[in-house]
Design a protein around this ligand. Structure first.
Ligand code: AOF
Ligand code: ZN
Length: 356
């Protein structure tokens, strides 16, 4: 199953909105076929592994398949993998975790068992869930897994008050940040960051055949049609106030405008997450500034912080999140460290809110 998870990771950047799944087929301890999920509409991991075995002239009848997610039982964009495994004559299928998709949810394993295949379940279940944390979030909660990235000095400064920020962390940390961008279905930022930094929000430091979708929160549609984040098209601009002329201009730039106002005339962030869930966004990567970061945190829209700390001191500086001063320590929002790692000269922290 560890090997199957390694195969799943080969699909890390490409499978959205589908989960990234790996499948290896073994006979007498020897690997006879392996595959991972391809982009949506193309074959799933199991079919790829069966094809790989066939291409290598290996007979899979009576063999064992290890799959990191329960084989699907439904006709989606592709036919059911459970049927493919049954037809191929596998003797045993080992599944890491069941598919939370209500169209599957146990039926894939039921199908295999009904066909006389031995099914084992729960091997490296935790790791397999982590591999598709966004897909599980979307299926179980109807919203993406939201990962907020920021980088700061050891004393928590992200930029000087005069706005100068490039670069606090090392090249290695910035490249690492691109790996997290690449695996996300979408990258979210705010109009403040677009106006100050004019970022492209594309993946450049790692090789990927697919660019994540870019999303800009821009309540009053202030974005310039020349903003780099619009180049190449496909960007979603999320506003709270309609503006027919501006919307037409943005559409010409290949963008789509989503209107999601709340009662305060701002973008309804929890509703945006539900909309992104409906649109198939599994992992949402946030790279925004002080204000939007604070709003997302205050509205309970963040699952995980991805923070890079450089071993330097900036003194009185801009901070990461616009959060209100507390009167009482009982108001603090505690997280748990999920992972700590040194990246080049910097420290990378992944921290999660406790409900996860
Ligand atoms: C598998 N193996 O490698 C993956 C699965 O529209 P489709 O046909 O591509 O089906 C997408 C659904 O299939 C997806 O929502 C999830 O439930 C399952 N993904 N299943 O057997 C795979 N990626
Ligand atoms: Zn499938």
């Amino acid at each position: 199953m560890r090997l199957a998870l390694e195969w799943a990771a080969r699909g890390m950047f490409i499978t959205t909105p589908n989960p990234r799944v790996g499948c290896v087929i073994l006979r007498d301890g020897a690997l006879i076929g392996a595959g991972h999920t391809l982009p949506a509409g193309q074959p799933h991991a199991e079919v790829q592994a069966l094809r790989d075995a066939a291409a290598r002239g290996n007979d899979v009848r009576g063999a064992t398949a290890y799959v990191t997610l329960e084989p699907c039982s439904h006709h989606g964009r592709t036919p059911p993998c459970a049927d493919a495994l049954i037809e191929a004559g596998l003797a045993r299928v080992v599944v890491a975790v069941s598919d939370p998709n209500p169209l599957v949810a146990g039926r894939g394993m039921d199908k295999l068992r009904a066909a006389g295949i031995a099914v084992d379940y729960g091997v490296l279940e935790h790791e397999a869930r982590e591999m598709n944390i966004g897909f599980f979030s979307r299926m179980e909660r109807g919203r993406p897994w939201v990962r907020m990235k920021s980088a700061a000095s050891l004393d928590g400064g992200t930029a000087l008050h005069n706005g100068r920020s490039q670069w606090i962390t090392s090249q290695a940390a910035r490249d690492d940040g691109h790996w997290w961008r690449a695996r996300a279905c979408a990258i979210l930022t705010g109009i403040g960051t677009v106006q100050e930094d004019d970022p492209q929000l594309t993946v450049r430091a790692v090789d990927t055949p697919r660019q994540p979708r870019r999303i800009v929160i821009d309540s009053r549609l202030q974005i310039s049609p020349d903003a780099k984040v619009l180049s190449g098209g496909g960007t979603w601009v999320v506003a709270a106030q309609p503006d027919a002329d501006k919307e037409a201009l943005l559409r010409e730039r290949g963008a789509e405008v989503l209107l999601l106002p709340n009662a305060r005339g701002k973008v309804d962030l929890p509703e945006l997450l539900r909309e992104l869930g409906r649109r198939g966004i599994n992992e949402l990567h946030v790279e925004a500034g002080f204000k939007l970061n604070g709003s997302l945190l205050r509205d309970g829209c963040v699952d995980e912080l991805l923070l890079y700390y450089a071993p330097t001191l900036l003194g009185d500086a801009q901070r990461m999140f616009d959060l209100p001063a507390l009167e009482d320590l009982s108001g603090q929002r505690r997280l748990a460290f999920h992972e700590l790692r040194q990246i080049g000269a910097d420290l990378r922290i992944l921290a999660r809110f406790p409900s996860h």
